[in-house]
Design a protein around this ligand. Structure first.
Ligand code: PLP
Length: 388
């Protein structure tokens, strides 16, 4: 009997999402557009996995399979957006259940969680995750609050938008599991290239696949990957199917195409971001550079342990002179595009407080930068002239 081929490294796996089509010989996978799937004369489904597109679709199943392998999970669900993926977790909870969230996390999801949990009778408790050494204890204190429901979810995000706080996933998962809580980690900014939260004890990983996973700023998508197919996972899957929060076939196809270059893109963006962070750390017009790859960042020690092969492409600059100076700087950028979002091949810059609005706890002089894969010399030159 021939030996099994060795398991592919993830860099190779993403390049080969499926073997060539045995009938047509096509190297690239096709797009399945059918919304419904046929049954035979006995009324059995021709393919037992496919009945109706709101539950399953071969095109998004392909991208899901690749993500399951990348994250070392047992199943993946793709969603119509990162927000929809996060919402499905909360919608799988019942009145009386509890969700424990860090004070600084992706703002739109935090705002929605606050509003929805109040309406739905879910307890929402916040903990201070900003001091990486103290965060596990802060989480333990937050979990000391009693809950009347059967389930508790602890939400983590690492690195966390927009100050790039690192959270010790392993230590927090230990604390959460000690209280019987389910741990969900938004690892959008880290990507499976740099961090695998399931290996560190998280139960579910979440991604806005709109960002690095797709990488070309042309698909809105979200993903959840689970370590085990638990009863809670089945509730999440039901929430997706009943909300119809699924990914369209074309978007799923674009996503698998984008993921083929995931490793190259993330490594290039991380290398650029590190150079930019080092260059501007001592700039006279910059108060502070927030980047986990810098020893001055409070999360650096954890980043060294938890992130492998780079510190990601996201960084923030605190510009001297407050909001006015930050807005003037951004107005002078020529190569950086003034736009929100992260993880595309093109570099973006934004005045984050304008985007987040009055509920935001972040400093008024913060410019959030998503570093792309352009020549780093061009990026540094653009920021230099903009800060001048
Ligand atoms: N999580 C993080 C860290 C994000 O940055 C975003 C969007 O910016 C989301 C979740 C929401 O994802 P989407 O825009 O795909 O709904």
């Amino acid at each position: 009997m021939a030996d099994d081929p060795p398991a592919l490294r993830p860099e190779s796996r993403v390049v080969h999402p499926s073997p060539p089509n045995p009938t047509s010989g096509a190297v690239m996978p096709g797009i399945e557009v059918s919304t419904t799937f046929a049954r035979d004369e006995q009324y059995d489904l021709l393919n037992r996995h496919h009945a109706y597109i709101r539950d399953e679709n071969p095109t998004f199943r392909l991208a899901e399979t690749v993500l399951t392998e990348l994250e070392h999970g047992s199943d993946t669900l793709l969603f119509s957006s990162g927000m929809a993926a996060g919402m499905a977790i909360v919608q799988a909870l019942a009145p009386g259940d509890q969700i424990v969230v860090p004070e600084v996390m992706y703002w739109s999801l935090r705002n929605w969680m606050e509003d929805f949990s109040a309406k739905w009778g879910i307890g929402l408790v916040k903990f201070d995750g900003s001091d990486p050494g103290a965060a596990p204890q802060a989480l333990a204190d937050a979990l000391a609050n009693p809950t009347t429901g059967a389930r508790r979810v602890v939400w983590l995000e690492s690195p966390a938008n927009p100050v790039w706080n690192l959270i010790d996933i392993e230590a927090c998962a230990r604390v959460a599991h000690g209280k019987g809580a389910i741990v969900v980690c938004d690892a959008t900014a880290a990507t499976p290239v740099l961090t695998r939260p399931l290996d560190l004890g998280a139960d579910i990983v979440m991604h806005s696949a709109t960002k690095y996973l797709n990488g070309h700023s042309d698909v809105l998508a979200g993903a959840l990957i689970t370590r085990e197919k638990t009863p809670f996972w089945r509730l999440v899957k039901r929430a997706r199917a009943e909300n119809g929060a699924i990914l369209g076939s074309f978007e799923a196809w674009l996503l698998q195409r984008g993921m083929r270059t995931l490793f190259l893109r993330v490594r290039a963006a991380s290398a650029n971001a590190l150079q930019i962070a080092r260059h501007f750390e001592s700039h006279p017009r910059v108060e502070r550079v927030l980047y986990p790859g810098l020893p001055s960042h409070p999360g650096h020690e954890i980043a060294l342990r938890q992130m492998h092969g780079g510190f990601g492409g996201m960084l923030s600059l605190l510009v001297k002179g407050g909001a006015d100076a930050a807005l003037a700087t951004i107005g002078r950028c020529k190569l950086f595009v003034r736009a929100t979002s992260i993880g595309g091949v093109e570099s973006l810059i934004e005045h984050r407080p304008t985007i987040e609005g009055p509920r935001s706890p972040i400093p008024q002089n913060l410019l959030r930068i998503s570093v792309g894969i352009e020549a780093v010399e061009d990026l540094i030159a653009d920021l230099e002239q903009a800060l001048d």
